[in-house]
Every structure is written in C-alpha cells, then in structure tokens.
Design a protein around this ligand. Sequence first.
Ligand code: NAD
Length: 498
Amino acid sequence: MSRPQTLSDWQALAARVTAQLEGNAFINDEFVPAVSGETFESLNPATGERLAMVASCDSADAEIAIRHARAAFKRGVWSRMAPVERKGVMLRLAALMEAHQDELALLDSLDMGKPVTSALNDMAGAIGSIRHQAESIDKLYGEVAPTGEQALGMVLREPLGVVASIVPWNFPLMMTAWKIAPALAAGNSVILKPSEKSPLSALRLAALAREAGIPKGVFQVLPGFGHTVGRALALSMDVECLAFTGSTAVGKQLMQYAGQSNLKRVFLECGGKSPNIVFADCANLDRVAESAAAAIFYNQGEVCIAGSRLLVENSIRDAFVARVVAAAERMQPGDPLDPASFMGAMVDRIQYERVMGYIRQGVEEGAALRVGGEEVDGPGLFIRPVVFDGVTPEMAIGCEEIFGPVLSVFGFETEDEALELANDSDFGLAAGVWSRDIDRIMRVTRRLESGQVFVNNWAGGDQTMPFGGVKQSGNGRDKSHHSLAEYTQLKSVWIELS
Ligand code: NAD
C-alpha cells in the first residue's frame, strides 16, 4: 500500500487503525489486562477524543513480568543465542517496523499530538537504531589482555540480565528504540515502560517483536504510571539496569530507588536548556534564523535538545531576531494529520498549562514578548510559537526547561560572555555554534559544557554518533556502539598456564 499523502488519506488510515487498538499489557508473549483490572484513558490531544483504554499496570504486573524476564535470561534463549542469530531476529523486527511504519507513526501522532510527518521521521530513527545495533552485535570482540606468557587474560563482554527501560512521550517510539535496540542486541531481557501519555506505539511494537521471533519473556511492555509500575521496576531487587529517558527530577528519584534496592545500574538521559550561539560572522542570517526557529519549534518545542536559549551577538541581534520572528510566524500549529502542519498539539492539558504559565511568567519578569503567546480556541491543545527577547539567566524562562514552543533570546558582546551565558546552566545536553571562523568554533566547542555540540547546524547526527548529556542532563549515551557499553558488563578471566 502506498504512503498516505493527504490529510484525508491519513484520516482514513486513522479510522482503520483506531478501530482495533491494543490497550493490554504485553507479558510473556500475551496481551493481558492489568492484574488489578485498572485502566487509564489514552486521549488524542488534538481533538480531546478518547483513543483507547489502556491497562494500568502496577507492582503486581511488574513482579510477574520481572519473573518471566529473569527466567528467559536464565534459560539463555536469547542471552546465550549466538549474536549472529540475535541479529537475524532484530533485522526481521526492523523489516516489520518498516512495513508498518505509517501505522506506527500515526499512533504516535494521535497519542501525543505531533505532526504525522515528524512522526515518520522518528520511524526512520527508530528503525535505523534497531538495524544499527543488530548489525553491530556480531562484530563486537572481547579482549585478550597483554599479559606475560604464564597466563591468558580475557576480558569478556556479557549482558546484564533484566533491563527496565522507562521512556518519555515526546518521541515515543524513537526513544524506545534507542533504548531497546542495544539492550536486546547485547542479550538482555527488556521490560519497557512507555509513558502513560503515549503507550500505543509500544504495544503495537510488542506484537511486531513477537512476530519477528523475539522469544517469550525477552521483550515485555508494561503501560502505566511512573509512581506505580515505574517505581516498582526501579525498586526491584531483580532488575539489573534502569535505562531512563525523561525529566531530571525523575532521574534523581531513580538513582535513589537504585540505592534503596540492589544498586542497579542507572543510566539517565534527562532534560536540557540548550544554548544556540550565533556569532555575527555566521554565513547566512536567513538560513541560520530558520534553523534557530526550527531548533525550538520542531515537535512543539517538546524536545530534550530544543535550542531554547538563543544567544546572539549584539551587533546583529535586532536584524536576527526579526528573522526568527518571521520564521516563527510561518511555523504555526495545525492538525497533526495534515502533512502541511509543522507543529501539532501539546501532549496534554497539564503540559499546555505549564507552558502557558511560563509565557505569563516571562511577561511578568520583564522579558520582551516579540511574537506568540495567545490562547488558541478549540478543543485541541495548540500553542503558537513564542519568542522572548532581552531574557536574563535569572528569569524562569531563562534557566528552566519549559518543554514547549518558547524561545528565550539573550544578547552578548564577546566570545567569553557567550560562553559564560551558555555554561551558566544546571543542564548540559546540547549546544550550537554558528560562525565562519574555525579557530573560534574550536575554542568555543571545547569550552562548552555539553554532551553534544552542533556546528553550523542544529540537531545533526546519525546512528554512528552517541547521544547524551553532561551535568544534570544525565550520564548515559544512546545510539552508536557506545550505547552497547551501557547494557553490558565486563568479566575478567585469568587463566594460569604452566
Ligand atoms: P518524566 O520524567 O515525567 O517521565 C518519564 C518516564 O518516567 C515516564 O514513563 C514516567 O511514567 C516515568 N516516571 C515518572 N515518575 C516515575 C517514578 N517515580 N518512578 C519510575 N518512573 C517514573 O518525563 P516526561 O514528561 O515523560 O518527558 C519529558 C522529559 O524528558 C523532559 O525533561 C525532556 O528533556 C526529557 N527527555 C530527555 C531526552 C534525552 O535524550 N536526554 C529525550 C527525550 C526527553
């Protein structure tokens, strides 16, 4: 079947897909209701309509899933399968995801409000991640240590056991794939807890994983809330690793849970307030302004690496901000199923109110509102792009993660001042530098406190590049062969030779 092209094509597919949505948990190869029988509503934030009732798992379901995950790990059906065979199964999963990518993209769009065209980009990232990690795993060698002749020292890389992946709602399936691809490739049993705001694509993925041949108990999906099923996974004595993407506050909580239980490995991908630095010598103001606007307004600003702090050299600031405002006026929200929409709806009422609160606070704190900020009438939770100029680091909109389409512009005079402003943050996820001067680019890049730096672009990268933060943006790395290190442990074997 060819890809839907128009709004009505997507609406027709949505009608078919929503008629048969899966809302049960996926435990030991079966779709089952929560032990408690509890459910929660999955709503479409663009229309306010109910999509499905979803199993609300809690500690009872977590216990069952962990038992199956551990049993599968011990049986070795996956953990001791030859890497080349695991690769084969995962490549089948990638092929199935590709065959169903319109449906998967649609589920994310309906569930959390992003434009279906952005969701299709996410599918490319998700499928690419499964393929990349599958292809890596039979090319990963252990080590022979440089000992003397009297011994053989081997360093083996082994899976951890049961991995719980707890993920957010902003890129539901892509964040899921970034976590489960290396965890599964390495031979772990994985329990996925999708966000309660976007569980539908994860449940569809479970059916595809079963079809691909991932053995019973090796991949399970527990929908539900953080404080119930998420907490139970995090406090379990039988989970070896928490792989988390989400807010810094919850990341801190997970580290405490690990300390209160079995010292499980906790690796975190958390929030950001990323600086995008534009020097007056950058190549093309129009192109840079367009990119700076997309850096914050893409995905309604619900992006961990959103370029939410724009630092502009004062000599070009007025001209540059005018261009960013013009770009913001073109990037308006619309029906997520309309391929022409650049932005969609905010994920839910809570997030909508939070962002509107920050916009009011920005005005009260004295920042100059250049564009946006109006309420949009109707049942959908839409927010027009907002640009504030004259922001300072003390303002809430200058230092806190808003996670919405709100850009804070700062001016600077010198390179040192730009760096001072850029690094004046608890976060360190991403940063951008725009300039034609390679010496300056390298000076600034090395001094930026950030897990990733984009030079003359925003958000560039592919499967070969690790993704993650420093400071309170987290301590882990998704993607690339570096992510395999998060899901494996080293075993040193010393063989005495006579
Ligand atoms: P969140 O922290 O509220 O929730 C993330 C996940 O944690 C959800 O599945 C949630 O149910 C679960 N959770 C919540 N409380 C829990 C608890 N006590 N125990 C166990 N699990 C719990 O974050 P969110 O609102 O879903 O996502 C937005 C955040 O994610 C932003 O801060 C954003 O920057 C961050 N994010 C980071 C990256 C990255 O790669 N660094 C990528 C995407 C999103």
